[in-house]
Design a binder for this molecule. Structure first.
Ligand code: DGL
Length: 265
């Protein structure tokens, strides 16, 4: 494996940057391709069939173009629906992102946890399965918010975001029966750790937020253990399936995550 083979991070939009940031801590000199399916964004309001058709095909093109050593699907929606199909189609290691229900269940004192994701993610059988396996003695309350995904994108474009939008997303959990007992919230969409401080500020009481970033980073480091890496960090590349003004406004935020250039696939 040549040292310059990149790690490819994939999301519908900027959410995967939260995973990239965690991975950079463990793999500081890894060459990075960050791919965002801006032409398909948002995933959270799409059907299972659309995502299942779109994601493996697109990752196939990206792998052919960039020859990554590892792919990180830094998107809960794509992972909970298409991870198995992507693994079957591609011949390289694939790390997925699934809701961090296990650490949340370990941490919750009230045994009541919230899962805040996209509408598509929170209805997946994959989530039922995680809840049954790792949080059987907890009440698990779910809410899907497309608006919170848009708020995170807007924030990274440098726009100001009304704090009421964060409060409304949390109310989607707290206002459900038993929601007043939630002490831990799983950020089950990779966009949401990017606005964790806004969520914490909007919460009516102290809440622990849990996401999968650090676990995914450890998995990526484990799967590439012993491989050669460049001796110094290099600028990463952000690849968009559609590169318009909306995406170009992200350039300063992308640069702060080490992604110096924007290209269209
Ligand atoms: N960031 C993605 C996730 O983790 C999806 C956001 C979207 O496109 O709706 O679920």
């Amino acid at each position: 494996m040549a040292a310059d083979h990149p790690v490819l991070f994939f999301d519908s939009g900027v959410g995967g940057l939260s995973v990239l940031a965690a991975a950079r801590l463990l793999l500081p000199t890894a060459p990075v391709i960050y791919a965002a399916d801006s032409a398909g964004f948002p995933y959270g309001t799409r059907s299972e069939a659309e995502i299942a058709a779109r994601v493996p095909a697109l990752l196939g093109r990206l792998v052919e173009r960039y020859h990554p050593r590892l792919v990180v699907i830094a998107c809960n929606t794509a992972s909970t629906i298409a991870l198995a199909a992507v693994r079957a189609a591609l011949d390289i290691p694939i790390v997925g992102t699934v809701p961090a229900i296990k650490p949340a269940a370990l941490a919750s004192v009230t045994r009541t946890i919230g899962v805040l994701g996209t509408e598509a993610t929170v209805r997946q059988p994959y989530v039922d399965d995680l809840a049954a396996r790792f949080a059987a003695d907890c009440t698990v309350i779910r809410f899907g918010s497309a608006d919170l995904v848009e708020a995170a994108e807007a924030r990274l474009r440098g726009e100001s975001v009304d704090p009421a939008r964060f409060a409304r997303a949390l109310a989607g959990l707290f206002d459900q029966p038993g929601g007043d007992r939630i002490d831990t919230i799983v950020l089950a969409c990779t966009h949401f750790p990017l606005v964790e401080a806004d969520l914490a500020a909007a919460a009516p009481r102290p809440i622990s937020f849990v996401d999968g970033g650090a676990g995914i980073a450890r998995r990526a480091a484990f799967l590439t253990e012993g491989q050669r890496w460049p001796s110094a960090p290099s600028d990463g590349v952000a690849v968009f399936t559609r590169l318009d003004d909306r995406e170009r406004k992200l350039a300063p935020a992308l640069a702060s995550f080490g992604l110096a250039s924007l290209v269209e696939l």
